[in-house]
Design a protein around this ligand. Structure first.
Ligand SMILES: Cc1cc2nc3c(=O)[nH]c(=O)nc-3n(C[C@H](O)[C@H](O)[C@H](O)COP(=O)(O)OP(=O)(O)OC[C@H]3O[C@@H](n4cnc5c(N)ncnc54)[C@H](O)[C@@H]3O)c2cc1C
Length: 294
């Protein structure tokens, strides 16, 4: 069986924290993925997936699971007519470049989302009023029992949500795009990236948005900022001065530092606004934020 043991996951998260995966597999084809999933089922080992680790916080003591990272054929990108077909492990940036080179638009909104196709499905990643649910035709979802092709409705894609359960792996997705001149795509991407640079800590190590925006007028960042938490630091984790819904690794941060900072931000926002912020970042390993009602 092709996997390694005790592989440090801090190398695979954009915040750069987290302990080891007990088992770490890098399947590069569908049969390899299915073999690993079958092994995990037979050995009663939990399965987790990492994409680009750009919305992921891993426990400092690691994860007692088989953690998968899709590579090879499972990260390839192909254009078929007006459709882009990509492996679950394909980087959004590669998809965007391939689409642009083929004169196909529709993925520009994802230019500043540093993840993979599979991570995008899991999170229903989105920006600037568009998200995965609007461009995905279907996703090939594989688990130990087999594979099925699911539409956005079947995946229940909504704001940073899908119904994917642990152990379900997005091996491929098909995107419906539309003909658009490459120059137009390039210009739109440059515009969106400039907007990002002006408002978010794009050069720092973060895991993207910490909390989902609650219903109502005010975003999570604004609520946290109003609690005077910009620049607040615990250990090596810092609430970004540029955007309060980002936590930066200011040097030597641990996941425990980040969780402590998240707990403090939630506590302060709850105290001042009576709102319970829900985390957007996904946890791997036994991490949790305790509900206020508990
Ligand atoms: C600077 C920065 C900016 C960001 N901006 C945005 C933004 O504008 N909009 C936005 O939506 N997000 C944003 N993010 C967050 C993040 O990039 C997205 O959520 C992205 O879709 C996560 O993809 P990933 O491959 O990195 O997934 P990971 O972070 O590796 O994983 C996230 C979740 O997806 C699961 N997963 C990953 N791959 C698969 C797979 N193949 N099959 C099943 N489950 C899988 C993981 O198990 C985990 O639960 C940003 C992050 C950063 C660092």
């Amino acid at each position: 069986m092709k996997f390694e043991e005790n592989v440090a996951l801090s190398r695979f998260t954009t915040i750069g924290t987290g302990g080891p995966a007990r088992f770490f597999g890098r399947p590069s084809s569908l049969p390899e993925l299915q073999e690993l999933l079958g092994w995990a089922r037979d050995e009663h080992v939990a399965v987790e997936v990492v994409g680009l680790g750009s919305n992921l916080l891993v426990h400092d003591d690691g994860v007692d699971a088989l953690v998968l990272r899709l590579e090879g054929e499972l990260a390839e990108v192909q254009i078929e007519g007006d459709m882009l077909v990509a492996g679950g492990g394909a980087a959004n940036a590669v998809c965007l470049h391939r689409a642009r080179d083929a004169g196909l638009g529709g993925l520009e909104f994802a230019s500043a989302i540093p993840g993979t196709v599979g991570g995008g499905v899991r999170m229903n990643a989105g920006a600037y009023g568009s998200d995965w649910s609007g461009v995905v035709i279907d996703a090939l979802v594989v688990d130990a029992d087999g594979a099925s092709s699911l539409t956005p409705a079947e995946l229940a894609l909504s704001y940073r949500h899908s119904s994917l359960a642990p152990g379900q792996v997005v091996a491929q997705a098909r995107f419906r795009l539309e003909p658009r001149p490459a120059e137009e795509i390039k210009a739109r991407v440059a515009e969106l990236l400039a907007q990002r640079k002006a408002t978010q800590p794009t050069t720092k190590r973060t895991f993207g948005s910490v909390f989902k925006n609650p219903a109502g007028e005010q975003g999570a960042g604004s609520l946290i900022e109003q609690c005077s938490l910009k620049g607040h630091q615990i250990g090596g984790a810092l609430i970004s001065l540029r955007h309060a819904n980002f936590i930066e690794n200011a040097g030597g941060a641990t996941s425990a530092d980040a969780i402590a900072l998240m707990a403090e931000a939630r506590r302060r926002v709850h105290e001042r606004f009576g709102l319970e912020l829900e985390h957007e970042v996904r946890f791997l390993g036994p991490l949790e934020l305790v509900p206020f009602s508990a």
